[in-house]
Design a protein around this ligand. Structure first.
Ligand SMILES: *[C@@H]1O[C@H](CO)[C@@H](O)[C@H](O)[C@H]1NC(C)=O
Ligand SMILES: *[C@@H]1O[C@H](CO)[C@@H](O)[C@H](O)[C@H]1NC(C)=O
Ligand SMILES: *[C@@H]1O[C@H](CO)[C@@H](O)[C@H](O)[C@H]1NC(C)=O
Ligand SMILES: *[C@@H]1O[C@H](CO)[C@@H](O)[C@H](O)[C@H]1NC(C)=O
Ligand SMILES: *[C@@H]1O[C@H](CO)[C@@H](O)[C@H](O)[C@H]1NC(C)=O
Ligand SMILES: *[C@@H]1O[C@H](CO)[C@@H](O)[C@H](O)[C@H]1NC(C)=O
Ligand SMILES: *[C@@H]1O[C@H](CO)[C@@H](O)[C@H](O)[C@H]1NC(C)=O
Ligand SMILES: *[C@@H]1O[C@H](CO)[C@@H](O)[C@H](O)[C@H]1NC(C)=O
Length: 839
């Protein structure tokens, strides 16, 4: 559909790109967002919403011949790859002579070439004399509304009331209990076949509201009962879904929810795919590519009733198989196997089911679960939890209860009572408590075994932890002492005092002979190897008598010609700054290309900040110095050298430390040089390290100096907290950014500071750094500061700081959307980064 991005690849390392924004409609007919009654749209014509976000038109899915034509709505930027609504999904036209007619009465009819109706919006014609207009709104909603907006602006029909397989922001999902209207999703039959598929996702209102995915007439997945704040099985809906918020209406007349987009920098759609998986798809505003994040099912425990009646499903962290257990007081019906729904658990001791006293039966609490299916449960929203308990105790058929609403103090309110059995219970993080009824005799004996079961491991681990703690401190002290001695005694080459500003134009880069390099590295012996990665291997060597160097031997297939290599080398050699690693020389020998760098003995930043012992070696003044040093090095790359250079792979393992613990940025293997007035470029080969890449680069390949700003922000937060961005869970948050933001917004930012800094930390400096870090990781590159501002803000305490917005993109994603894990070795000082194919 849209013209492909025009790429202009310079054969040297320069890559120029025309911005992706150039998808245009320039060559097309002038298009409108409205159609008056009496008019029509033929195949080939379109409606485009006012803000151009959505297009209505005829299409055939990719790979399908034009003998199957559909009328649909798609995201303009992504073309028919992202169709979100189809009118005639089960009645395709067999050629391109279809036409959409808007009648005077306000009904829509899709006619084939012979005038037969293939699809219509309604059978009834509106009697009123109002005049109607069809409009495609910028939300993706196609509406038939009264032409004169002032007279109430009634809407006669809207596509949002007839969803296909996709939910968009602003669209309702659920049921109107009064009118019987239903908003649900139905999957396509196949990726390129919009026909009604096998999966349906509906709001189930039999018990508590629940979202259920049906496969034919069998329940497949269930989100769990609505508990006033979230659907019981997906607690992260409330906390992690920062790209949109969910507005739930749970009333007597209507049970619906609406997604509300929270960031205009992204488009989001939720799709029920042809395999029944609910995918959250996210697109960066300027990109046409959607990144899918499979949301539900997460794992095998989301399969409906996978452990049968009274079974509890849990997934071991490292395994993909469900592990079923029984509610306390129950045992497997068939102990040898867990045979899905037919298996399940059976009560050990039958309920006494006597009078409403606690002398006969009791409750056992099952903590942290998705509540069971409530289809056959009794719900009373007015009861208190205590009333609920009494009622369940008194009623023979009640087997379990839970509060219907978890809001409010004292364990929530309302009452759900299950009878006969409970199914589809799984453990989830932030799950709810479920109270299962047991015979008293059974629960009594069980109480003590449970106490023992819980207390013994706790006691044991307390003991182990205490002992281990003492031991750890001792080891780290020891290691710490050894390292500081190293730092003091080791010397480095005297290049660190090179003047700031542009290097000497006449610099002669020494070309070293291959023989010398081979000799320096002991013929590239394994013993001398410092690290290895996609670009080649790095060796330690000694040139001449005593000059220690790091030698990077580029891989054979690097594909770069000798002349380009020479240019790159000369260019990098001219960069001289105390916070950049110096390139000392190079060597070209046939196919062999080698780069010779200064050798830094103190390893890289990651070695210190993430190590339980070594982090104590970097006190706050040193860390602050490191943050300022990296920023100055970047400022030089971005604007103080004659060129504009984007590093593109900034991360702690690429920050080397010299003998004075001053930082030096290394590894320019992926740096790009911008010419003239160029501000931004794109690449279709996204390289770098996930976590440090800004969203527009990870998703779209677009990079600019602001990409480095983002990476710097991540590094700053890591240096302060000692926590890695790549951890997929960070103190109960999806990652470091979400955690840092949460502390900052709660006014508890100092809690982010690593405990190793407790004694040395200056709160004012640390708080400034955290705020600057958050400013650097803004989703929108325009909100990130330039390096010149960052340096000013860091060095001058009186410079006012702006207030950051919440970084939502990666915070929400966690690290699930990993493009590819970067494997780089940093044991040595020079890192080699593995190429990642972006798309
Ligand atoms: C579409 O169907 C009509 C009638 O069923 C037929 O006359 C016509 O040839 C078909 N067109 C194509 C392209 O198959
Ligand atoms: C397209 O198909 C319809 C029937 O679906 C037929 O009446 C019409 O003649 C066809 N048009 C062409 C150009 O083949
Ligand atoms: C239109 O009427 C037909 C039969 O009269 C019915 O099958 C169809 O569902 C109706 N369509 C709508 C949109 O009401
Ligand atoms: C979405 O949220 C914003 C701010 O929270 C609010 O103003 C707006 O009305 C919401 N939109 C919908 C459709 O609920
Ligand atoms: C229930 O209580 C009544 C009296 O309050 C007593 O007569 C009856 O035996 C009790 N039933 C059981 C099953 O304990
Ligand atoms: C609810 O009751 C019906 C009819 O007895 C039964 O078929 C169904 O499996 C029950 N559902 C649950 C979740 O127990
Ligand atoms: C619950 O309480 C509300 C008002 O407090 C009342 O209107 C409603 O009828 C009650 N519902 C039931 C089932 O008792
Ligand atoms: C006991 O519970 C069942 C189902 O939860 C309900 O149908 C029945 O009316 C209750 N009986 C009493 C006496 O409350």
């Amino acid at each position: 559909m849209a013209a492909p991005t025009i790429k202009f690849l310079n054969l040297t390392l320069l890559i120029f790109h025309i911005l992706l924004l150039s998808h245009g409609t320039s060559g097309d007919d002038i298009v409108s967002s409205t159609l008056d009654s009496g008019n029509s749209i033929t195949d080939g014509e379109k409606l485009v919403s006012a803000g151009a976000s959505f297009t209505l038109g005829f299409f055939s899915p990719a790979g399908v011949p034009q003998t199957k034509r559909y009328l649909g709505i798609w995201f303009t930027a992504s073309g028919t790859d992202a169709v979100c609504w189809v009118a005639n999904r089960d009645t395709p036209l067999n050629n391109t002579s279809g036409v959409l007619v808007m009648s005077a009465g306000g009904s829509l009819r899709l006619l084939d070439g012979s005038g037969q109706t293939a699809w219509s919006s309604s059978n009834t014609t509106e009697a009123s004399s109002a005049s109607w207009v069809l409009e495609l709104l910028d939300s993706g909603n196609l509406v038939v509304r009264e032409k004169i907006k002032s007279s109430g602006g009634r809407t006669l029909w809207q596509s949002f009331d007839h969803p296909s397989n996709t939910m968009l922001a602003g669209m309702k999902f659920g049921r109107n209990l009064k009118t019987g209207a239903e908003w649900s999703l139905t999957s396509w039959r196949a990726k390129n076949d919009p026909a009604t598929g096998d999966y349906r996702r509906v709001m189930d209102t039999k018990g508590l509201p629940d979202i259920v995915t049906w496969h034919g007439d069998a329940k497949k997945y269930r989100a769990g009962p609505w508990n006033g704040r979230w659907f019981s099985g997906v607690p992260d809906m409330a906390s992690d879904f920062k790209l949109f918020s969910v507005q739930m209406v749970d009333g007597p007349d209507e049970v619906t929810y609406v997604l509300n987009a929270t960031s205009s920098a992204f488009s989001t759609r939720i799709m029920l795919d042809e395999a029944g998986v609910v995918q959250v798809l996210v697109r960066y505003a300027t990109s046409r590519v959607w990144k899918p994040y499979p949301w539900l099912p997460r794992d095998v425990c989301d399969e409906y009733a996978s452990c049968g009646a009274f079974g509890l499903c849990s997934v071991a962290a490292s395994s993909s198989t469900p592990s079923c257990s029984c509610v306390e007081g129950f045992n497997p019906v068939n102990p040898s196997q867990w045979s899905g729904p037919s298996g399940g658990c059976r009560r050990d001791v039958q309920l006494k089911c006597g009078n409403a006293t606690e002398t006969t039966d009791r409750f056992m609490v099952v903590r942290g679960v998705k509540l069971p299916d409530t289809d056959n449960a009794t719900v009373d929203r007015n009861a208190t939890v205590e009333q609920c308990r009494q009622r369940c105790l008194a009623n023979c058929s009640c087997v379990a209860y839970a509060p219907a609403d978890i809001r409010g103090d004292g364990g929530g309110s309302g009452c759900v009572m299950w009878k006969d059995n409970i199914v589809d219970v799984r453990y989830v993080e932030n799950g709810q408590d479920l109270y299962a009824k047991l015979a008293k005799s059974d629960s009594d004996t069980r109480k003590w075994t449970t106490v023992a079961k819980i207390m013994l491991p706790v006691l044991a681990s307390v003991l182990v932890l205490t002992t281990a703690g003492v031991f750890l401190v001792w080891v780290c002290r020891l290691r710490g002492k050894r390292r500081s001695k190293d730092i003091l005694t080791k010397a480095i080459l005297g290049y660190s005092r090179a003047p700031d500003g542009l290097g000497d134009d006449n610099i002669e880069l020494p070309f070293v002979s291959f023989g010398d390099v081979a000799a320096a590295t002991n013929n590239f012996s394994e013993d001398n190897m410092l690290g290895q990665g996609g670009f080649g291997k790095v060796y330690k060597g000694t040139l001449g008598q005593s000059i220690e160097v790091a030698i990077k031997r580029l891989g054979q297939g690097s594909g770069q010609g000798v002349e380009e290599f020479r240019n790159e080398v000369m260019l990098i050699a001219k960069l001289q700054h105390r916070n950049l690693v110096r390139l000392l020389g190079c060597c070209i020998h046939g196919e062999e290309k080698l780069l010779i760098y200064e050798y830094l003995p103190n390893k890289s930043l990651d070695f210190f900040i993430f190590d339980a012992g070594c982090k104590y070696l970097l006190d706050w003044p040193t860390r602050f110095k490191i943050i300022k040093g990296i920023s100055r090095g970047l400022l030089y790359l971005h604007q103080d050298s004659r060129l504009t250079i984007v590093h593109r792979d900034l991360k702690p393992s690429n920050i080397l430390l010299d003998a004075n613990m001053s930082p030096k940025i290394s590894d320019f293997g992926m740096a790009r040089i911008f010419g003239g007035n160029q501000q931004e470029a794109t690449t279709n080969r996204v390289v770098g390290t996930y976590g440090y890449m800004p969203p527009e680069y990870a998703m779209d390949g677009a990079f600019s100096v602001k990409s480095d700003t983002y990476s710097l922000g991540v590094i700053v937060l890591e240096v302060i907290s000692g926590l890695k961005i790549t951890l997929s869970h960070c103190k109960g948050f999806p990652n470091l950014l979400a955690y840092a933001w949460s502390l900052w917004i709660d006014g508890k930012a100092m809690d982010l500071v690593d405990s190793s800094l407790a004694t040395s930390c200056s709160p004012t400096e640390a708080l400034r750094c955290i705020q600057i870090g958050l400013l650097c990781v803004q989703d929108n590159p325009n909100y990130r500061p330039l390096m010149s501002s960052v340096v000013t803000m860091l060095e001058n305490e009186s410079t006012p700081l702006s207030v950051p917005k919440q970084p939502v993109y990666f915070s929400y994603m966690g690290n699930q959307g990993t493009i590819g894990e970067n494997t780089s070795s940093s044991s040595n000082g020079l890192t080699v980064t593995t190429l990642l194919e972006g798309r």
